[in-house]
Write a protein that binds this ligand. Structure first.
Ligand SMILES: [Zn+2]
Length: 191
């Protein structure tokens, strides 16, 4: 009797598992196993980024191709944006994340950075790094994104290095590591 109930139940559960996870091979690559089932999507609003709009889009592309646990997407009008990007005449600066869905941080693309000759895409990627929870790593080499201006005025590297990538992956990963609250501190990138 029990078996008559259990057998259809097991078939139903197996079908459900296939529906949820697809007919993927049982031995997934280790990298796939560490991916959370749900990737965090954060929306950004660059409508006030003025002349830095394309630099911000390039920096977003760099982040989206560098990490897998979080993705940045442009907010449609009227939609809540977790990351607001504003051009102004101060120093580049940003709130320290990691910002969560429904939260709010701001990146200021301060014109004093590019006026001093620093690369706009690297500045945008660096400030977005703050939004994603990375503090400054100054002084540091050009190979480090969070070394900021200390990477040199001729440094145009917009890509996070391996440890910067893994720190963001951990901040948005599954488990308790992914639940750390945003810091919210304002970090000013004065050169
Ligand atoms: Zn900084």
């Amino acid at each position: 009797m029990l078996r008559r109930i259990l057998t259809p139940l097991l078939i139903t559960l197996s079908a459900l598992a296939l529906t949820l996870f697809g007919a993927a091979p049982a031995t997934a690559a280790p990298a796939e196993q560490s991916r959370p089932l749900v990737r965090t999507v954060l929306y950004y609003d660059s409508s006030q980024a003025a002349e830095y709009t394309s630099a911000v889009a390039s920096a977003v592309d760099v982040w989206n191709s560098s990490v897998g646990n979080v993705r940045l997407e442009p907010a449609s009008s009227g939609q809540h944006a977790e990351i607001r990007i504003v051009a102004d005449d101060g120093w580049p600066r940003a709130h320290l994340g990691p910002v969560r869905p429904g939260g709010r941080v701001t990146v200021w693309m301060g014109r004093q950075g590019t006026a001093e000759g620093y690369d706009a895409v690297r500045i945008a990627a660096h400030e977005l790094g703050h939004s994603l929870g990375l503090p400054d790593a100054k002084p540091g080499p050009c190979s480090s994104l969070m070394s900021g201006s200390t990477g040199g005025v001729n440094c145009t590297n917009p890509a996070p290095n391996a440890s910067e990538r893994s720190r963001v992956e951990a901040a948005y990963g599954s488990g308790t590591a992914g639940l750390r609250a945003a810091d919210g501190q304002l970090l000013v990138d004065r050169f």
